[in-house]
Ligand binder design. Structure first.
Ligand SMILES: [Zn+2]
Length: 85
């Protein structure tokens, strides 16, 4: 789990662009992201205390942005814009 406000997301964005993982929306705020070995991670995006929180069930340390999270975030932001959030 990491916060878009406090985590260093630049490396994760670069990694996400390199991996270009498939992202599938389960529902608004909940996504399935395919990892580099074909494994599926579940990513949740939500707001808590005014921070944008991203939760991924991969092994990345808490507080560190992962590429799955950032891949899901880019879809989440697009969906949120469509919904007018
Ligand atoms: Zn992850």
């Amino acid at each position: 789990m990491f916060s878009l406000e406090t985590a260093n997301i630049q490396t994760a964005i670069t990694n996400a662009k390199a991996l270009h993982p498939k992202v599938k929306m389960i529902e608004f705020g909940k996504y399935e992201v395919m990892g580099s070995k074909g494994n599926i991670y579940t990513v949740r995006c939500y707001r808590q205390f005014g921070e944008k929180i991203v939760e991924c069930n991969c092994a990345t340390r808490p507080g560190v942005a992962c590429k799955h999270g950032m891949a899901a975030v880019s879809l989440h932001i697009a969906m949120a814009a469509q919904r007018g959030h």
